[in-house]
Write a protein that binds this ligand. Structure first.
Ligand SMILES: Cc1cc2nc3c(=O)[nH]c(=O)nc-3n(C[C@H](O)[C@H](O)[C@H](O)COP(=O)(O)OP(=O)(O)OC[C@H]3O[C@@H](n4cnc5c(N)ncnc54)[C@H](O)[C@@H]3O)c2cc1C
Length: 452
């Protein structure tokens, strides 16, 4: 028996049916806006209770926090910056700060990138000489062949010693693999040079959390006639030949179908493949993703200001024996908001395959681990931990393995067969997209969807 058809979304099959957008994250909302601009009726469905996806914000201890503070850089793509600032301005405004980064490296907290003095103090004269020598040699040596893996690309740029010292442990910890197993196209992203992380970088942080930006966009879309069905999980797609005809969904009370003249999806490609007849996921782990676990710590100092956590925006732990990957301090991101607060909130990020010893830990154990590692990040041990909160984000980090281009091509070949289907966003494209990229891919839906 087929599921009932949702009422009020579309009266009958034909030209008045909406385009259905799956996912109300940045990419799905940007796609919905693009469709409205083209005069197309839109229904957005999302299983979560609110909009924003991974860029949503949550209420904790009287403030709104991102799922790991989300940076938006003032030197991002100008079209995205203008759009994003317009939304953020209407959603409570932004705080602007110059990014300060630090690293835990060989048991010390150093600036990032480490200064020559940091390198000398941390590694000693002999190792400093080999690191500098390797880097200089890499710069002057012509590259023999195009890089096949991220490791090749990083060695060609930084020298083998630097890569072994910093990038190898970082990749193992963050992505669960050696950089030799990663696509060469990933090297820029690993170096953080992709979006202008060079020289002084200005971070734009919404006062009400990044989620407020996407809530504002959703408000505007609704005002223009879009329907956004939250708490509504997509469970499958109905097809006729090479067209998707409806999206099957489940909400708290029932299952029903939303007729669709076209579908724009921001869910992971392997999930989409499971929903479509005659397709199969590419073999091997090529479209692998990692989990992120966030431990928020409400912290109270002893009065001298330094004890409420480090002053850098990001402190990334390159040492593998420190299990925390990254520590961020809300006070650094939103100084105006937290200036007069006796407390601050730190966020410790852990990365996991989903079936390792980190994933097996209870929330309490993860919080204990984060607290025990605070001194490694330079946090004064006299701070008082007032409360903790743990959030798990399954499959939130796409891993771009060395076979990812072929795997993407295999997915494209199968999905391009469906004439009224488009994919957008971090999971839809299986790329390391941030909000900026999601905004852009959301607005890049092809004519095959706009024109149906
Ligand atoms: C810890 C962390 C830190 C980050 N930091 C930054 C940062 O500093 N700056 C930055 O720009 N970006 C950052 N990002 C990335 C940013 O969050 C994402 O790029 C962005 O949210 C991706 O948007 P999206 O719409 O493509 O996907 P998502 O935000 O993941 O949205 C996808 C949506 O689809 C919905 N969905 C999935 N399956 C279904 C289904 N079956 N039915 C219905 N709905 C479904 C989900 O509920 C979700 O709302 C960070 C991400 C993480 C995890």
């Amino acid at each position: 028996m087929s599921a009932p058809v949702v009422e009020g979304v579309a009266g009958r099959h034909g030209g008045d049916q909406p385009v259905v957008v799956i996912g109300a994250g940045p990419a799905g909302l940007a796609a919905a806006e693009h469709l409205l601009d083209a005069g197309v009726q839109v229904v957005v469905v999302d299983g979560a209770p609110g909009v924003g996806g991974l860029s949503r914000s949550v209420e904790l201890w009287g403030h709104r926090f991102d799922l790991g503070p989300h940076s938006f850089l003032s030197n991002s793509h100008p079209e995205s910056v203008t759009r994003w600032l317009d939304l953020a301005g209407a959603a409570g405004g932004v705080e602007r700060t110059e990014a300060v980064r630090a690293a835990v490296w060989r048991g010390r907290v150093v600036g990032f990138p480490p200064s020559p003095v940091d390198v000398l103090r941390t590694t000693g004269p002999a190792r400093t000489a080999s690191l500098v020598g390797a880097r200089v040699a890499a710069r002057v040596r012509p590259q023999a062949a195009p890089a096949r893996t991220a490791h090749d690309a990083l060695v060609a740029r930084h020298g083998r010693a630097v890569v072994e010292e910093l990038f190898v442990p970082y990749c193992r910890k963050y992505l669960g693999v050696h950089p030799r197993e990663l696509s060469s196209a990933f090297a820029d992203k690993l170096q953080g040079t992709r979006r202008g992380w060079r020289g002084p970088v200005e971070l734009l942080t919404p006062r009400e959390g990044t989620g407020a930006v996407w809530e504002e966009l959703a408000r505007r879309l609704r005002a223009r006639g879009a329907r956004i069905l939250l708490g509504t999980t997509v469970t499958g797609l109905a097809t006729e030949g090479e067209r998707v005809t409806a999206v099957q969904v489940r909400d708290a009370v029932s299952e029903f179908a939303v007729p669709a003249r076209a579908v724009v999806s921001s869910v992971p490609a392997p999930v989409l493949l499971r929903w479509l007849p005659g397709t199969r996921a590419p073999a091997g782990p090529a479209l692998r993703s990692r989990d992120t676990y966030l431990v928020h710590l409400l912290l109270e100092g002893t009065g001298n200001g330094r004890e409420v956590g480090q002053s850098s925006h990001y402190v990334t732990a390159y040492d593998e024996q420190v299990r925390t990957g990254r520590l961020t301090n809300t006070r650094a991101w939103r100084p105006a908001t937290f200036r007069n607060e006796p407390r601050t909130v730190l966020c410790a990020e852990f990365w996991s395959s989903g079936d390792d010893d980190l994933s097996a830990r209870s929330d309490h154990e993860l919080a204990e681990l984060a607290i025990s590692e605070l001194p490694a990040f330079g946090v004064d041990p006299r701070v008082r931990i007032v409360d903790t909160d743990v959030m798990r984000l399954p499959r939130s980090v796409p891993v771009l393995t060395a076979g990812v281009e072929q795997a993407r091509a295999a997915v494209d070949a199968q999905l391009d067969r469906f004439t009224n289907l488009a994919r957008v966003g971090r999971h839809g494209k299986h790329d390391w997209d941030g909000q900026e990229d999601s905004l852009l891919t959301g607005r890049s839906i092809g004519a095959h969807v706009l024109a149906v």
